[in-house]
Design a protein around this ligand. Structure first.
Ligand code: V4E
Length: 225
């Protein structure tokens, strides 16, 4: 089986003039696309609480993002991306403590795993490619996505996809260099679209995720404030 991709990324708030800056740095706009993402989880948010993110993206299919080795710290994130349905089903069964289901069709097993849609929104995405000067010709260019979600939230991300854990530090170095050329602080922590969606439209679910992330319940958070 091929290794899944490891996605290394840093999100940022796109400032006015970001496209001009990308052009100045030698970036080219590859495409402008639009897609609907629908995220699924149990009513207890078993997957999201364990930092697993299951979604269906119209036009490309199912995807499960799980934390990479070493977890996620600081402003950048690193996730393993599974796109093969068989691999996603195996991971879901393990995570949800369910015996093998005898199917590799995710749509068919949603009900049996008690997975339901928790968020669905459309993204308009402008995709840019940029190779840092000084990097060899064989280097993969970085991708910069400029996203606007249909609920009125804009976010950018500088992203590299690598196959091996050993390639992560170099990818991070490149991401930090480009981010700094774009005026993004290495320490900028910008929430993604789904997190903002949950905060706006499913505040109780958002609160539950926050509790897991901070290891505190409501009362503890208030007394800490
Ligand atoms: C991994 C993750 C989520 C799933 C959505 O991932 P994201 O990269 O934001 O979506 P998108 O549309 O840019 O996907 P792409 O096209 O690049 O594949 S939602 C939250 N996380 C992790 C996470 C977390 N646990 N906490 C915080 C504050 N942010 C993100």
């Amino acid at each position: 089986m091929t290794h899944p991709w490891i996605e290394v990324e840093q999100k940022f708030v796109p400032r006015p003039g970001i496209e001009d800056r990308l052009k100045e740095l030698g970036g080219t706009q590859e495409s402008q696309i639009s897609f609907r993402d629908s995220y699924y989880d149990t009513s207890e948010l078993t997957l999201m609480k364990a930092d697993h993110w299951l979604r269906h993206r119209e036009g490309s299919g199912w995807e499960l993002k799980c934390p990479g080795a070493g977890g996620n710290t600081g402003s950048h994130t690193k996730y393993m991306e599974l796109t093969a349905e068989a691999a996603i089903v195996a991971q879901l069964c393990e995570r949800l403590g369910t015996a093998a289901l005898g199917t590799e069709n995710i749509s068919e097993m949603l009900g049996r795993l008690e997975l339901q849609e928790v968020a669905s929104f459309v993204t308009e995405r402008s995709v840019w490619k940029l190779a840092l000067s000084g990097a060899g010709n064989e280097e993969e260019p970085l991708t910069v996505d400029l996203d606007t979600a249909d609920f009125g939230y804009a976010v950018g991300e500088v992203e590299a996809l690598v196959r091996e854990e050993a390639e992560v530090p170099k990818a991070l170095e490149k991401i930090h260099s480009l981010s700094s050329l774009l005026g993004v602080s290495q320490h900028e922590q910008t929430p993604g679209k789904l997190i903002v969606y949950l905060k706006r439209f499913r505040p109780l679910d958002y609160q539950r995720l926050l509790e897991v992330a901070t290891g505190k319940n409501d009362e503890q958070q208030e007394s800490a404030a």
